[in-house]
Design a protein around this ligand. Structure first.
Ligand code: GDD
Ligand code: MN
Length: 378
């Protein structure tokens, strides 16, 4: 690619190629995949005009160190190491905001996305053929190396219809994690993004006030090179969460709605355990109630980790145990706030049911605020 910029020529930087494209690689434990991927990107794009932005969420396998090792000898590679924050979507946003390149691509670091598409996507954007270039696993000519997920094909009809409603564009692969657009456009859309579970591409397209022009590229979706997948593919769930977010999300935030729903299910668990212990085991009420509280808290922690914070899920025995303990502690504080508020209101003459409800709401908001900060670390 010839990317000598007229301004660069004036300033004496004529020998260097002007930066045109940032390839954002969100990473979580991708240490061994980085160096070979940078090589493949260079093979696709040539020597210059691009940079790779590795946005690592403090991976335990030392991905950030490996990224810095590469960056030390290759100035086209840059590293953003985030500590205390998690999530693929927010890592992509981090990238949009950290580059001077006029175009940016988001791509998985595990070699499932073929870098050979990068120059084609870039050309399509520069020529105005599309405002967003999307690599699609389902476009004509695409293929997949890894099968074994028949649910995908079946789900995709309904999912695509939903996506069309949301974005106003026809997409063969709305859940694609490989796409490119102008960095300015991306940054303009950022304030309206939800940045959670809901996939970033869909979120960008749905946030734009007018439908964006999409150009699709058939992707040969490879198998992961090494390591393991961090996302599960509950496509349907992501869609529902995304749909909710775009409709009612401004009134009651999606995550809080999920947290509340999980909390309500926790009440059912509580009552079930309580009655089981009271009537079948025959323990004293205090003991039974204590066991029920612990069961409900554990259930809520597990379900929130699995659903509400699926994009920031705690994994590994020590992380899960720490999270669980933190969650129980948080709930204890929330429970205290709950009782305090309810008691106060009831003593002021409020009907007991309303007082209890107010206590529950205050306690839940409290739990939500604390646990989102201290358990799932936002
Ligand atoms: N920084 C950061 N933080 N990166 C993350 C995180 C995170 O919390 N979670 C995952 N990643 C990185 C991975 O290291 C990888 O480079 C990329 O994001 C995709 O993660 P995978 O774990 O390989 O996801 P996948 O293969 O299951 O899902 C892919 O296909 C989906 C479609 O089925 C992704 O491209 C999804 O975006 C896509 O929707
Ligand atoms: Mn992958």
């Amino acid at each position: 690619m010839d990317m000598t910029h007229p301004e660069a020529a004036k300033s004496g930087a004529s020998t260097a190629q002007v930066l045109e494209l940032a390839i954002i690689l969100p990473t979580l434990n991708e240490r061994g995949n980085l160096a070979p991927l940078v090589e493949r990107i260079e093979a696709a794009l040539g020597q210059g005009g691009w940079e790779v932005l590795i946005v690592d969420d403090n991976s335990a396998d030392g991905t950030a160190d490996e990224a810095r090792r590469i960056a030390l000898i290759d100035p086209r590679v840059r590293v953003i190491q985030r500590i205390g924050r998690r999530g693929l979507a927010s890592a992509a946003i981090e990238g949009f905001c950290a580059t001077a390149a006029p175009y940016c691509a988001v791509m998985d670091a595990d070699h499932q996305h073929d870098p050979a598409l990068l120059p084609l996507m870039l050309d399509a954007l520069k020529s105005g053929e599309g405002e967003v270039a999307v690599a699609s696993r389902f476009a004509e000519g695409a293929s997949m190396e890894e099968w074994g997920r028949p649910d995908r094909e079946k789900l995709s009809g309904a999912a695509n219809a939903l996506a069309r409603k949301l974005t106003g564009v026809e997409l063969s692969d709305p859940m694609s994690g490989y796409f490119m657009l102008s960095s300015d456009t991306a940054r303009k859309l950022v304030p309206g993004l939800s940045g959670i579970g809901f996939k970033i591409l869909l979120d960008l397209l749905a946030t734009s006030d007018k439908p964006m022009k999409v150009k699709e590229f058939p992707l040969n979706f490879s198998a992961r090179r090494e390591g393991e997948s961090k996302l599960d593919r509950a496509i349907a769930f992501d869609f529902l969460a995304g749909l909710y977010d775009k409709t009612f999300g401004k009134v009651i935030p999606t995550r809080f709605a999920l947290f509340g729903t999980v909390g309500a299910m926790g009440v059912v668990v509580h009552m079930a355990v309580l009655s089981l212990i009271l009537f079948w085991v025959g323990e004293a009420f205090t003991v039974a109630q204590a066991i029920a509280v612990l069961s409900a808290m554990s259930f809520n922690f597990w379900l929130n980790n699995w659903l509400t914070y699926r994009d920031q899920r705690l994994k590994g025995t020590s992380a899960v145990l720490k999270g669980w303990a933190g969650f129980c502690l948080t709930c204890a504080v929330g429970g205290f706030a709950n009782v305090a508020v309810a008691t106060l209101l009831e003593s002021r003459g409020l009907y007991w049911f309303i007082a209890a409800l107010a206590g529950i709401i205050v306690g839940s908001v409290w739990n939500y605020a604390l646990s989102s900060r201290f358990v799932w670390g936002r």
